[in-house]
Ligand binder design. Structure first.
Ligand code: ADE
Ligand code: ZN
Length: 337
């Protein structure tokens, strides 16, 4: 099973690039940029990663991002994620970045976007790994701040395919950002949003109806609302589920309690993703391995999850078909073995 998972061609659709900052790189960048950290060692950093909810993680995650200062830092961060992902048979990735985490510290929007984009371009030529970039607004900040961030992004439209919404969910419903998302849509961006991670099903309805999202990030609390489940199934609206993240942030107590298999069995377009791999104990492969083990997923389930991810991606139809054929080939090898 492990070997099968390793070989599966994967697409990742829910990955915060700042959440791929490994403690080793955090220390190296802190030294390079003369930033002081509240930790004495890499081990101490890892020990601090004990979370009881989303906010307890976000506090540490935003503090860690302070070591990122130069275009080279953003390049190195992104390149490290891409190299690891390519080694795990990730063929395509759609990466979130949080510009406000950096611009609010005085880092230029260009520094962030150019460093990330250069690494994405190099991955296409050197690692055969394609990607898109998604700008996320921090929902604990104001709608006005989000609108200013959108305006900063306009000259970089060619590098950014969509906008999203992340950070502290409860108390910051999607409706707060309707005007920003309307403007983003009019400017030609696709839209996605975190909804139903800790927040109620109503937030998922709002993401769909007010923010016009193409996908829902997390969305696991949809299971509490039958009408919503029917709509997600009927319209095949993808959910970018992050199993290790959900367990680490106590959305589910243990992997065996996760509802991913239930969502899949109800015909929803569920995908597996890593969210913030450095903080939650694994990249795509580890997420697949632990979810398979916890929920006793079959080969058929795993193939479906991979097909769902390419179908849910923003790739063109011919590109999607090319990846699906690779999955078909793997499936026929499985049947003949
Ligand atoms: N930012 C990084 N990871 C996140 C998550 N899981 N939920 C909301 N915001 C985030
Ligand atoms: Zn996320």
């Amino acid at each position: 099973m492990k070997e099968f998972i390793q070989k599966l061609p994967k697409a990742e659709l829910h990955l915060h690039i700042e959440g791929s900052l490994e403690p080793e790189m955090m220390f190296a960048l802190a030294q390079r940029n003369q930033v002081s950290l509240p930790y004495q060692s890499v081990e101490e950093v890892r020990q601090a990663y004990q979370f009881h909810n989303l906010q307890s993680f976000l506090d540490i995650y935003y503090a860690g991002a302070a070591v990122l200062q130069t275009e080279q830092d953003f390049y190195d961060l992104t390149w490290a994620y891409l190299e690891k992902s390519a080694a795990q048979h990730v063929r395509h990735t759609e990466i979130f970045f949080d510009p406000q985490t950096h611009t609010d510290r005085g880092i230029a929007f260009e520094t962030v976007v150019n460093g990330i984009t250069q690494a994405l371009e190099d991955a296409k030529s050197q690692l055969n790994l394609t990607s898109y970039l998604i700008l996320c607004f921090l929902r604990h900040l104001s709608a006005e701040a989000a609108m200013q961030t959108l305006e900063q992004a306009l000259p970089h439209r060619d590098k950014i395919i969509a906008v999203g919404l992340d950070s502290s969910e409860v108390g910051h419903p999607p409706n707060k950002f309707k005007a920003v998302f309307d403007r983003a849509g009019a400017e030609g961006f696709l839209t996605v949003a975190h909804a139903g991670e800790e927040g109620p099903p109503e937030y998922i309805w709002e993401a769909l109806d007010l923010l016009k999202v193409s996908r829902v990030d997390h969305g696991v609390r949809a299971i509490e609302d039958e009408q919503l489940m029917a709509r997600l199934a009927e319209e095949q609206i993808p959910l970018t589920v992050c199993p290790l993240s959900n367990v680490r942030l106590c959305v589910f107590q243990e992997m065996k309690d996760h509802n991913l298999k239930k969502l899949l069995d109800r015909g929803l377009c569920v995908t597996i993703n890593s969210d913030d791999p450095s903080y939650f104990g694994g990249y795509m492969e580890e997420n697949f391995i632990e979810t398979q083990a916890g929920l006793d997923l079959s080969h058929t389930d795993l193939l479906q999850l991979c097909r769902n991810a390419f179908n849910a991606s923003f790739l063109s139809e011919p590109e999607i078909q090319k990846h699906l054929r690779e999955i078909d080939t793997l499936e026929s090898e499985l049947e003949t073995s």
